[in-house]
Design a protein around this ligand. Structure first.
Ligand SMILES: NC(=O)C1=CN([C@@H]2O[C@H](COP(=O)(O)OP(=O)(O)OC[C@H]3O[C@@H](n4cnc5c(N)ncnc54)[C@H](O)[C@@H]3O)[C@@H](O)[C@H]2O)C=CC1
Ligand SMILES: CC(=O)C(=O)O
Ligand SMILES: [Mg+2]
Length: 371
């Protein structure tokens, strides 16, 4: 199969779908790899590094899209990318379709077979191709929040760790999954007073064990949300219902109860965000203010640290990428965890949460693959 990797074009997105190390693996499996010139520049991998790994360098993205049987990317395709996809081609990348009706229409119209990293599952109930970027975004969320909290940046002017004789800042984390765990770890490491809210009691138990009492846990009710958000300096939004639009846990009205100059970091923005007042921002202009509360809502946070995140992402995506290259659609038939990643196939929606969020008919993945 010919596998193509275009340069990412989202705002300040410096990750790359295939590192030179991944290219070597595809080539060793007998595949051709076509990489757009400059695709690896953000991680310090130049065209020669890709050539040495066995890739052919394409002069343009158009060349990569036109000549490849499978496209491996990082971020959801942008409008001029989805216009170049076609029936019979596989797209393997993050999609986040539930909050994105336009992209969904574009993918349906193209006829492409689109596999979303974020809905591929594993035996332990996890999302193995989302997890590494959630680790990165969780850790970054505290750096981003702490920066926004500085007075010159519009924040309250609180140092998260405090100093001897002065209380630390307070961080509330909504959703104690992968993002939440890593956000809490960073915040606690800086010395902040941290509370994680989740609706899963088994998960709260696990977190309590992990942190040995260093971090507070609280079951998710409206009362708990209000108390923990109203007293917080930073609130990290990290809830997820896989494939679906994020539940809006903090309403516009609740914002008026929050401290002026406090900071909301809505990591869940790629699924539409869990604060009613969130809208996606970019690394170029990451924050805005509503009712005196600073909002940070960057949908591709790991793009800021591509050297770390491109390798972490490739570690997680390589296995199934090779399966797809080796076997084509049969890889989806053979493995139900990979099949859970199938969101769109030949003009049909094949993910239940996406179909429900956007009002499409669901066609079961097994049914479309058998057709
Ligand atoms: N903005 C960015 O650059 C990035 C965003 N993300 C996003 O971050 C979000 C979280 O991802 P993960 O931590 O990997 O998900 P996860 O599935 O590991 O954790 C989600 C947690 O939310 C909890 N939850 C769900 N509904 C809840 C509710 N109503 N109240 C309280 N807790 C609730 C679940 O019990 C679970 O523990 C996702 O939308 C993901 O796509 C991830 C990486 C990068
Ligand atoms: C998961 C995601 O949206 C990202 O890594 O950008
Ligand atoms: Mg994202």
């Amino acid at each position: 199969m010919r596998v193509g990797c275009p340069r990412e074009i989202k705002n300040h997105e410096y990750r790359v779908g295939l590192t030179p190390g991944s290219v070597r693996e595809y080539v060793a499996h007998g595949h051709e790899v076509l990489v757009e010139t400059g695709a690896g520049a953000g991680i310090g991998a130049d065209d020669n590094a890709y050539r040495a790994a066995g890739a052919t360098i394409a002069k343009t993205a158009a060349d990569v899209f036109a000549k490849s049987d499978m496209i491996v990317k990082v971020k959801e395709p942008q409008p001029n990318e989805w216009a170049q996809l076609r029936d019979g081609q596989i797209l393997y990348t993050y999609l986040h379709l539930a909050p994105d009706p336009e992209q969904t229409k574009g993918l349906l119209a193209s006829g492409v077979t689109a596999i979303a990293y974020e809905t591929v599952t594993d035996d332990r109930g996890g999302l193995p191709l989302l997890a590494p970027m959630s680790e990165v975004a969780g850790r970054l969320s505290i750096q981003a929040g702490a920066t926004a909290l500085q007075k010159a940046n519009g924040g309250r002017g609180v140092l998260l760790g405090g100093v001897p004789g002065v209380l630390p800042g307070k961080v509330t984390v909504l959703g104690g999954g992968v993002v939440g765990l890593h956000a809490a770890r960073m915040a606690a490491g800086l010395g902040a007073d941290v509370t994680i809210i989740d609706r899963s009691i088994p998960r709260l138990r696990q977190l309590d064990d992990i942190f040995g009492g260093r971090v507070h846990t609280r079951y998710s009710t409206v009362e708990a949300l209000e108390e923990e958000c109203f007293s917080a300096d930073i609130v990290v939004g990290a809830v997820l219902i896989p494939g679906a639009a994020a539940p809006k846990l903090v309403s516009r009205e609740m914002l008026s109860g929050m401290k002026k100059g406090s900071v909301l970091v809505d990591v869940a923005i790629d699924q539409g965000g869990c604060f009613e007042t969130s809208h996606a921002t970019t690394h170029a202009e990451p924050t805005y203010e509503v009712d005196g509360v600073i909002h940070y809502c960057v949908a591709n946070m790991p793009g800021a640290v591509p050297v770390t995140s491109a390798h972490a992402l490739n570690n997680a995506t390589l296995h199934y990428g090779l399966q797809l290259a080796d076997k084509g659609l049969k890889a989806l038939v053979d493995d139900h965890h990979l099949r859970n990643g199938l969101n769109v196939h030949k003009g049909k929606i094949t993910n239940r949460a996406v179909a429900e969020a956007l009002g499409y008919e669901l066609v079961e993945p097994k049914a479309v693959l058998a057709a």
